[in-house]
Design a protein around this ligand. Structure first.
Ligand code: GLN
Length: 328
């Protein structure tokens, strides 16, 4: 069966993005991530959808210039950078690539190896951040901010209030970090690692930024707008693989079934999706479901995937013809 949009000749990415926003707009279910007190103060109704192509074009609808904290989406980018900084074998010796089926903040490690299951849940991400903290020392946060900025194509900043809020209340993550230290998965200092982790989670992005970051990943590591080389090619492949299998936590299987593109969500309300060699996709809507994923973000991605035939196994996937359609 052909997907809706493919049946019509009149086709623009702007109209598809606007329609995804409109169709998902009405669902005001879900809750803000109040376990980080400062996130409970975020205006709950913002909603934006942005798509950026590897050709440098951006289509946006709704609140795509509203800043929000990147939160767990930083895990994918930090992983991509760590693979390059310390090398794939070292990263793999500390963190696995197996979906856990557990919540993002689960206190559970692979019983066979004592490593965290994957880098997209907190335990794995804290371990990866520890590798960066160990390799880069005091320069580590500036390095991450610089690389995230290069991926977005503009200088990003971080939200000191959200950082302080999580640093003061993040006892579960402290517990996870101490257990990782005890098991040997975390080599670096616990406090330095957590400080870097809370900071990286507090980097501010807009949906437009996130879509451009996604386009940089889709463009195998080179920012399509600026031409900057941001991520290593091999690291992008590994990162997209774990985003596909693990990026939506214990919703990853449903996501792969329905939407079928590598993605990563964050409790700040963002979702980043990547269509390999074609598009970066981003949504922002801070009301979350019980698994910590943005309710309207999921709905908008489902609409886009259906309209554009994005699912990696969709037999009617337009492939690179999508870009031609966008430009036309
Ligand atoms: N900073 C948040 C935490 O560690 C990130 C979690 C998330 O976005 N899922 O709890």
């Amino acid at each position: 069966m052909l997907s809706r949009e493919k049946e019509t000749a009149a086709y623009s990415l702007e109209s598809v993005v606007a329609r995804a926003l409109t169709r998902a707009q009405g669902d005001l279910s879900g809750e803000l991530a109040a376990y980080i007190p400062e996130l409970a103060r975020v205006p709950p109704d913002a909603f934006g959808v942005a798509v950026a192509s590897v050709g440098g074009d951006v289509a946006a609808a709704g609140d795509t210039e509203v800043p929000f904290t990147i939160q767990s989406i930083s895990k994918a980018l930090a992983y991509c950078l760590a693979l390059d900084v310390v090398g794939t074998p070292t990263v793999l010796s500390h963190v696995g690539v197996e979906p856990s089926g557990d919540a993002f903040n689960a206190i559970v490690f692979d019983p066979g190896t004592n490593r965290p299951f994957n880098p997209m849940v907190n335990a794995g991400a804290i371990t990866v951040t520890g590798l960066l903290a160990g390799a880069l020392g005091a320069e580590a946060f500036d390095f991450l901010l610089d690389r995230f900025s290069a991926a977005a194509g503009r200088p990003l900043s971080f939200d000191a209030d959200v950082y302080r809020s999580e640093a003061e209340t993040g006892h579960r993550n402290r517990g996870i970090a101490h257990l990782l230290k005890c098991s040997g998965a975390l080599a670096a200092d616990v406090d330095a690692t957590l400080d870097l982790y809370f900071r990286q989670c507090s980097i501010l992005v807009t949906a437009s930024d996130l879509a451009r970051i996604g386009a940089t990943l889709a463009n195998i590591g080179e920012n399509p707008g600026t031409g900057a080389a941001v991520f290593a090619v091999e690291a992008v492949r590994h990162t997209l693989s774990v985003m596909f299998t693990c990026g939506m936590y214990n919703f990853a299987g449903n996501w792969a079934f329905d939407v079928g593109v590598p993605a990563k969500s964050g409790v700040g309300g963002g979702i980043l999706g990547v269509v390999n060699r074609q598009l970066g996709i981003a949504t922002y809507s801070p009301r979350l479901d019980a698994k910590g994923n943005s309710v309207r973000g999921i709905a908008a991605f489902q609409e886009l995937a259906e309209d554009l035939g994005l699912h990696v196994f969709d037999p009617t996937n337009r492939g690179s013809a999508l870009l031609g359609a966008f430009k036309g």
